[in-house]
Ligand binder design. Structure first.
Ligand code: NAD
Length: 330
């Protein structure tokens, strides 16, 4: 029986990942270690909470004694590491916790895994979930990020994730520990914290409040449905090579302003306002400091080596996502 530690499983992506993992590996024991910060919510895990193979542990990935105890009690062979401080704006206001959780917390996990496995790495794997933001930014017509693109992070968030990626990969180079790093583009779907772009647009639209868009809304992001990200991580786990990085994205680049207008357009059709259009509420606000212009990610390595492909169309998944937030914010 596989024994799997998932960190940060009460957050946006981790909660979807646990649902998919338990479906796919119905004979695996899954422990979810999550501190339940503002971004972690147990209601995200309603669908799995009664699964006999699933256990929730409230705790901090930085807690050495706790992580050691969990390894001893559960004899983990696999770690999927999602736990992080993940919001760029928060990292500008208060970067310290980003360094603590994302850098020191990741170090604690990878180091405890190595110590526990005592260099017997047969059947073991450490999966580190990271972001495309570590690469810095692209100009509009630059080629997309590939795995060899040098790291040039702009925000304390992306710098802390870059540090974590380097630490994890150093355990492969130095100790031959079987690690894999995945770097994904922006995700959307249910369970995303209120503060992120898509929930904010829908919440403000429904409340009749200004819908804030940074600068002139010209920043470009590649948007991937969260389930496709989760299957991408599983593909890298099952078929990827250890010591490697795999980009995950879907060539679905949108200027922020176009994405916000598209969400407003869908809202107009599914929940029309009494008068006017939701797009009338769009308000440009002062740009984020160090705001990266464009992220675009080439995931052909993951596709070619592991057979992964995103399965969900943007139109269907965005409609599904909007429906979820309409119910949430009604
Ligand atoms: P999230 O903020 O929604 O969830 C993070 C989870 O980690 C929360 O449940 C939180 O309680 C938990 N956590 C935070 N600090 C912790 C600590 N010290 N100990 C234990 N648990 C802790 O984040 P998300 O959007 O689900 O992102 C998950 C991972 O995926 C992150 O590592 C992020 O960098 C990466 N990622 C996210 C995106 C995206 O678009 N959201 C894209 C690419 C990569």
């Amino acid at each position: 029986m596989r024994s799997i530690l998932v960190t940060g499983g009460a957050g946006f992506i981790g909660s979807h990942f646990i649902r998919i993992l338990l479906e796919k590996y119905s004979d695996a024991k899954v422990i979810n270690l999550d501190k339940l910060t503002y971004a972690g919510k147990l209601e995200n895990l309603e669908s799995v909470k009664n699964n006999k193979n699933y256990t929730f542990v409230k705790g901090d990935i930085c807690d050495e004694a706790l992580v050691k105890k969990l390894f001893q009690e559960n004899n983990f062979d696999t770690i999927f590491h999602f736990a992080a401080e993940s919001h760029v704006d928060n990292s500008i206001l208060g970067p310290k916790v980003f360094i603590e959780t994302n850098v020191l917390g990741t170090f604690n996990l990878v180091h405890q895994a190595k110590e526990f496995w005592k260099s017997d790495f047969a059947g073991k794997k450490f999966m580190h979930v990271s972001t495309d933001e570590v690469y810095g930014y692209l100009n509009e017509h630059d080629p997309m990020f590939v795995e060899e693109t040098p790291y040039e992070p702009s925000s304390p968030y992306s710098a802390s994730k870059a540090g974590a990626d380097h630490i994890v990969l150093s355990y492969f180079r130095t100790f031959k520990m079987p690690v894999v790093v995945t770097n994904c583009s922006n995700n959307y779907g249910p369970h995303q914290d209120n503060e992120k772009l898509i929930p904010t647009v829908i919440r403000k639209a429904l409340a009749g409040e200004p819908i804030p868009v940074y600068g002139k809304g010209l920043n470009i992001r590649d948007w991937l449905f969260v389930d496709d990200h989760c299957y991408g991580i599983l593909s890298a786990y099952e078929n990827g090579r250890t010591g490697e990085k795999y980009n995950i994205g879907t060539n679905n680049e949108w200027k922020n302003i176009d994405l916000v207008k598209e969400i407003c357009r869908i809202l107009d059709s599914v929940k029309p306002k009494n008068s006017g259009k939701y797009a009338d509420q769009i308000t440009f606000v002062q740009d984020r400091l160090g705001h990266d212009l464009r992220y675009g990610i080439d995931s052909s390595k993951l596709m070619n080596e592991t057979g992964w492909k995103p399965k969900n169309s943007f139109a269907d998944s965005m409609a599904f996502t909007i429906d979820y937030y309409l119910k949430k914010y009604k």
